[in-house]
Design a protein around this ligand. Structure first.
Ligand code: FES
Ligand SMILES: [Fe+2]
Length: 340
């Protein structure tokens, strides 16, 4: 198994209009993303075979892309279908073709997969309650200067919330939390108990009723994290993040906040967006600092029991990095206590 076998988000469907070309990087590969004549997303290697200009800087005309340098035209399969300098002598050949990649569109996202014929067909992660009646989704996109593993770990790390997001998300109270962490089938599930309404000012709106909070975090190979808060009827919230690897020190993160606040759902949208962006900006900053130190001193970490969830995530990602299937790792479940 390889990271290339999975689908990665490259755009929001609504951002990829018929005349747009987007420049993206996935696992170090440069991509030009556009739509063909039927509106299906196309992903080509962002390199003109003629003299190495970037296709993504060119124009789209009727579902084909034209290189900005000497005007070679490529179709959705990556084949060169016009060379202006050859005029009427032009003949299309199979030799003149740039790499194209499989695409998929689901839940309002455009996905690309780099592997041509993976031994197993994976599906993109199904975004919970996307477009379902009564539910609203707010999407934000942020670039982190760090790798996917450290991003994913941050998104399901509770202890940092008191220091990185003081007041907004959680206030320090030294209260004990019980966590059950389980690794199974390429996923990690963490369940928390004893969670009080210690969630900062956000909780006054979120949890007015004082219901018992059900909080679950999970990670799904290779790059998805999900945070779920259930605070009773019409107070449910999912934060789902897809961390797309651009390079070893760059990750583009697409975050969905999907919520059902009953009659408040629609009206809450701007507030949810503002809060999500505010919190994520603080994470972007702390992960940038972490990356600075990793570049200088490497990735030797020291762990506490609260970091069990991270160790499981790392074991899964390391397995894929070494070309193996993380679903062969033994199932494991542990109970730990920590204080926030
Ligand atoms: S470099 Fe693209 S057409 Fe010449
Ligand atoms: Fe955070």
């Amino acid at each position: 198994m390889k990271f290339e076998h999975f689908w990665y988000v490259v755009a929001l469907s609504e951002h990829l209009t018929s005349n747009t070309v987007l420049e993206r990087t996935v696992l170090g590969e440069w991509l030009a993303i556009f739509r063909d004549e039927e509106g299906k997303p196309v992903a080509l290697r962002d390199r003109c075979m003629h003299r190495n200009s970037r296709l993504s800087r060119g124009n789209i005309c009727q579902g084909k892309i034209q290189c900005p340098y000497h005007g070679w035209v490529y179709d959705k399969t990556g084949k060169v279908v016009a060379v202006p300098a050859e005029g009427e002598n032009f003949k299309a050949t199979n030799a003149r073709r740039t790499q194209n990649y499989d695409t998929k569109e689901q839940d309002g996202y455009v996905y690309v997969r780099l592997a041509q014929n993976p031994e197993e067909e994976f599906e993109p992660f199904a975004m919970p309650y996307y477009d379902k009646p009564g539910w609203e989704t707010v999407r934000v996109i942020n670039r982190f200067r760090n790798n996917v593993t450290n991003c994913a770990e941050n998104f399901i790390d509770i202890p940092h919330t008191v220091s990185v997001h003081p007041g907004v998300f959680r206030t320090p109270r030294c209260s004990k939390l019980e966590m059950t962490v389980e690794r199974r089938n390429g996923s990690v599930f963490a369940e928390y108990r004893n969670e009080t309404t210690n969630l900062g000012w956000y909780s006054r709106f979120l949890n007015r009723g004082g219901y018992e909070i059900r909080h679950t975090d999970s990670f799904h190979m290779p790059n998805v994290t999900s945070v779920e808060y259930d605070m009773g009827p019409r107070r449910r919230l999912f934060i789902t993040s897809q961390s797309v690897p651009e390079a070893e020190d760059s990750t583009l993160v697409y975050t969905d906040v999907t919520f059902n606040y009953g009659i408040w759902s629609k009206i809450a949208r701007p507030f949810v967006r503002w809060t999500a962006q505010y919190i994520i900006r603080q994470d972007v900053e702390i992960l940038g600092i972490q990356q600075d130190v990793i570049e200088k001193y490497g990735t030797q970490f020291a762990n506490t029991p609260a970091d069990t969830i991270h160790l499981f995530v790392e074991s899964i990602r390391n397995k894929i990095a070494s070309g193996e299937d993380p679903r062969t790792l033994s199932d494991k479940a542990v109970k730990v206590n920590f204080w926030v």
